[in-house]
Ligand binder design. Structure first.
Ligand code: NAD
Length: 497
């Protein structure tokens, strides 16, 4: 099969030869045992390139380089203002490489090129710059104690941070770890997902170019049970910043317990509730926000509000608006700038998603829109935006994270009923409430067990606010100044005066 070269993006894609070698101590190297694996593109199932298959020996080399860099303070010892300048330069280099990074991201994991260009690359650059900007404005503390002593409370970089990230937002998820961990002076070993390794490797090259010294930021691509486990079990890694499934989040805690009790910060799955009351000012706007939030990124978003709790009497109006919105997300060619929904990351993810759709039907939910694989002639993994109606909260499609473009509308009658249903989930990442009554909106927002609650909207987002979950959606928070807490230790120093 030959690649389509009909548009500029197709032509550039055909010419691309991504470098999948490891990045250790400032240089591209092959895996110690020379092993590689083939990476295929979700756009057409064709081979995109080979990637080094990192193993324990490679993780050992990366951690040793990171430790050396931390120990001689080549980065941590720079004044914060100097680290800021370099982080800003890195951010500028990321923006300058926008087209290349966006194309790699799209080819690697399937999202539309327009989104990679407009969202993923700029958000990554913004995150790196923001943490650089923040780091020279953090002051330490003096505790209010006796006048014969001073108790200084200071923050210290931890040392070597292991970052393990998923494939749904490869650049952004990496940046959420790298920004605070590196700005505060740590060294990092990053393990990108085996499904989307390329942009993280380019990010490391750009970091070196910007002036982050060699050994400070290393990338070891490979599989979770190999490179991932080796990092999580490593005796010389001080903390793991993990984003991924709840299943592997458990494993991260076990690895820490089995090794050196390293800190583990888990950002895990979700099954977010989106509650629409009959007094919502604009039911169609609610439907638009719901569709946009679930179908964006092919539904492969941890915070996708896939449980739509809608008050019984507005279900018909909501359903009509929701189906109109869904039509805007029919899958298209990810290399076409107008496309709003691309391909699922791989054949395995597609069959998981289609399996859930069949299960929803088998359990008696009404398939109101979509539900099929499409664009099969391309060889890519495209699934229609899919809407189930008449879903009960105890059905599998309401309990489990599907991680695809599938949502369920669950009717409710009273406010108490809505709150109980919304909170009846092992997850608690985000939630949304739509009501024209300010007291009700506040009451329900307060009652929702979720790390982020949106009122009468869903799409506001900013690097300045924390991101993370209650319950089995994880612990710790990415983004905002709070993320510095994950990668720094508090130290108290008593001084007699
Ligand atoms: P995953 O848990 O399968 O993999 C995540 C990462 O962990 C990958 O790099 C993988 O190689 C690695 N890994 C797998 N097994 C490992 C092991 N035994 N030891 C060490 N590392 C291992 O998740 P995924 O399929 O890549 O991503 C999807 C999941 O990520 C979803 O559940 C989604 O909700 C979640 N997610 C959460 C957030 C958040 O901020 N809460 C953001 C994005 C994605």
């Amino acid at each position: 099969t030959k690649l389509d070269t009909s548009s500029p993006w197709h032509a550039r894609a055909a010419a691309l030869q991504p470098d999948g070698r490891l990045f250790i101590n400032g240089a591209r190297v092959a895996a110690a045992d020379g092993q590689t694996f083939d990476k295929h593109s979700p756009l057409n199932g064709l081979r995109l390139g080979t990637v080094a298959r990192g193993q324990k020996a490679d993780v050992d080399a990366a951690v040793a380089a990171a430790r050396r860099a931390f120990a001689d303070r080549r980065w941590a010892g720079k004044p914060p203002r100097e680290r800021k300048r370099i982080m800003q330069r890195w951010s500028e280099l990321v923006l300058a490489a926008r087209d290349e990074l966006a194309l790699l991201e799209t080819l690697d994991m399937g999202k539309p090129i327009g989104h990679s260009l407009a969202v993923d690359v700029p958000a990554t650059a913004n995150c790196l710059a923001w943490y650089g900007e923040a780091v020279d404005k953090l002051y330490d503390e003096i505790a209010p104690t006796a006048d014969t002593a001073l108790a200084l409370i200071t923050r210290e970089a931890m040392g070597v941070i292991g970052a393990i990230v998923p494939w749904n937002y490869p650049l952004i998820m990496a940046a959420w770890k790298l920004g605070p961990a590196l700005a505060s002076g740590n060294s990092v070993v990053l393990k990108p997902s085996e499904k989307s390794p390329y942009t993280a490797l380019r990010l490391a090259e750009l970091a070196l170019q910007a002036g982050i010294p060699e050994g400070v930021f290393n990338v070891v691509p490979g599989f979770g049970h190999e490179a991932g486990e080796a990092l999580a079990l490593h005796m010389d890694v001080d903390a793991i910043g993990f984003t991924g499934s709840t299943r592997i989040g458990r494993r991260m805690l076990a690895c820490a317990a089995e090794s050196n009790l390293k800190r583990v910060y888990n950002e895990l799955g979700g099954k977010s509730a989106f509650v629409v009351f009959n007094d919502a000012k604009d039911v169609a706007a609610a439907a638009r926000a719901a569709a946009g939030s679930v179908f964006y990124n092919q539904g492969e978003s941890c915070n996708a509000p896939t449980r739509l709790l809608v008050q019984q009497d507005v279900v018909p109006e909501f359903m009509a608006a929701l189906q109109d919105e869904a039509r805007k997300y029919l899958p298209g060619d990810p290399l076409d700038a107008a496309t709003e929904m691309g391909a699922l990351v791989d054949a395995g993810q597609m069959s998981t998603v289609l399996g859930y759709i069949h299960q929803g039907q088998a359990e008696g939910a009404n398939l109101a829109f979509g539900g099929r694989r499409v664009r099969t002639e391309t060889g890519g993994y495209f699934v229609e935006p899919t809407i189930f109606e008449g879903v009960r909260n105890d059905m599998t499609i309401a309990r489990e994270e599907i991680f695809g473009p599938v949502l369920g509308v669950i009717p409710f009658t009273t406010e108490a009923d809505a709150l109980a249903l919304a909170n009846d989930s092992v997850y608690g990442l985000q939630a949304s409430v739509w009501s024209g009554q300010i007291d009700r909106a506040h009451r329900v927002a307060r009652g929702l067990k979720a790390g982020t609650v949106h009122v009468n909207q869903y799409d506001e987002d900013d690097i300045t606010v924390p991101f993370g979950g209650f319950k089995q959606s994880g612990n710790g928070r990415d983004k905002s100044l709070h993320a510095f807490d994950k990668y720094t230790e508090l130290k108290t120093t008593w001084l007699r005066i």
